[in-house]
Design a protein around this ligand. Structure first.
Ligand SMILES: [Ca+2]
Ligand SMILES: [Ca+2]
Length: 438
């Protein structure tokens, strides 16, 4: 039987590409019945239906769809799988994009099924199995196609809607293990269903609990158009290690267990010149000629600037031994940092002294490699911000006005938005629940 694939964009129903797949001969069906789990051959043939940009195929066997440029990373693509001329009508299909979990699609009486997949990278691989009426699974057919870069996501926007989002590490904060992404609405609200971004943890086989105890930083760590996440371990078995997980652009879970989705930074890479691992690690700016974010940390009770060298995971720690805290001393162990960059690339560092409730903002933080110093504009925001309370500050431009704001994440899965004016006035919005999706 022949099964024809039509790959088309979801927008305006325009048919962009057509693929054709030919299943093994019907006579093979009986032979397969005694081995129902053994796939049988699906091969390819040229599409018979009209396509705006037909792909290239070998007539049999080889599956090769050349770059078509009609799909976009992060944008859903509708693919119609249809039966061709002759043969047994398939009852359904199983498919997997980029080795993700297999999904099932039921075919109609003519053997046609529609699936929607979201390309996550430039080169995508779609694997499809046909299902016979007897329930047998055919051999997999694999096609590859290239997708254009996705739209550039704003700093802190992991879902691609233009509003910054909130990523909270679970196993704490009243949340189960995982990295929970609550979508921001641009005015201090959070979406109802927080998504676990790391169902496979960092891809080391331990599941979501692998993120327990970690700190999270968002940014373009892989240099793509989407916001990625950097998972950093300040303590524990992985102390000093970090994992960069490639964001999908739409806020969907990151399958770190699939090759290409995670980059690991070994322990020591982020440590200072005395071998101290950072106990805190937050977002800093990026330089004009390098989209990859710098980091700021506290290591060895010193503030340290960790500059990116121009490639993913390429970091060099530059301790700032003379840099004093906002209150003029060197007691960096009493301060909690939160950092973010606004859409225009400027970095803001928030500094909270938990014991006293002192809260400062250092705006426009930049690092001068020649003098090994940082420059910034300091604002005192509060002398009574959650004194001695168990909250986790998380920085983002909550309302999109290019002035960095703060979330205060509480111990019972709540987050309170604190917006900051350019002159340094802070205002709390209603506390929002962080509710995991069912
Ligand atoms: Ca968003
Ligand atoms: Ca703001």
């Amino acid at each position: 039987m022949t099964v024809t694939f039509f790959l088309r964009t979801a927008l305006a129903g325009a048919v962009a590409t057509a693929l054709a797949v030919t299943a093994a001969p019907t006579s093979a069906e009986a032979a397969r019945n005694h081995r129902p789990d053994r796939p049988t051959g699906l091969t390819t043939s040229p599409a018979t239906d009209c396509a705006a940009t037909p792909p290239s195929f070998a007539p049999d066997g080889d599956v090769s769809l050349h770059a078509d440029g009609t799909t976009k990373i992060g944008k859903p693509v509708e693919i119609v799988i249809a039966k061709g001329a002759g043969g047994v009508v398939p009852t359904g299909y199983r498919y997997s994009l980029n080795r993700s979990e297999h999904r099932a699609a039921t075919a109609d009486t003519e053997g046609r099924a529609t699936i929607t997949v979201t390309p996550q990278r430039f080169l995508n691989t779609l694997e499809v199995y046909g299902l016979s009426p007897a329930g047998n699974i055919g051999d997999s057919t694999t096609i590859t196609f290239n997708s254009d870069a996705g739209d550039l996501a704003d700093e802190g926007d992991l879902t691609g809607d233009g509003h910054t989002d909130l990523a909270v590490v679970g196993g704490a904060n009243g949340l189960s293990s995982g990295l929970w992404l609550a979508a921001g609405n641009g005015s201090g609200g959070l979406g109802a269903n927080a998504v676990n971004l790391t169902p496979a943890g960092i891809g080391a086989g331990g599941g979501p609990a692998e993120v327990d105890g970690a700190q999270v930083v968002t940014g373009r760590f892989t240099g793509g158009t989407f916001q990625d996440v950097l998972i950093y371990y300040p303590a524990g078995d992985r102390a000093g290690m970090a994992a960069i997980l490639r964001g999908n652009g739409d806020g969907s879970p990151i399958r770190a267990d699939i090759s290409g989705n995670a980059v690991y930074l070994p322990a020591g890479l982020l440590s200072d010149n005395r071998g101290n691992d950072p106990v805190q690690l937050v977002r800093a700016a990026h330089t004009a000629d390098n989209v990859l974010p710098d980091l700021i940390g506290i290591a060895g009770n010193r503030l340290t600037y960790i500059a990116n060298s121009g490639f993913t995971g390429g970091y060099l720690s530059r301790p700032l031994p003379q840099q004093t805290t906002p209150t003029g001393d060197l007691a960096w162990n009493t301060w909690t940092l939160a950092g973010t960059a606004t859409a225009d690339g400027r970095a803001t560092l928030f500094l909270w002294q938990k014991t006293t409730g002192q809260l400062y903002a250092w705006r426009d933080v930049t690092f001068d490699p020649a003098t090994k110093t940082i420059s910034y504009t300091e604002q005192h925001l509060s002398d009574s911000w959650y004194p001695a309370q168990s909250i986790t500050p998380s920085a983002a431009d909550i309302n999109g006005d290019d002035v960095a704001d703060l979330w205060a994440v509480g111990p019972t899965a709540t987050a309170t938005p604190w917006t900051v004016t350019p002159s340094g006035t802070i205002t709390a919005g209603p506390a929002q629940p962080i509710t995991p999706a069912p």
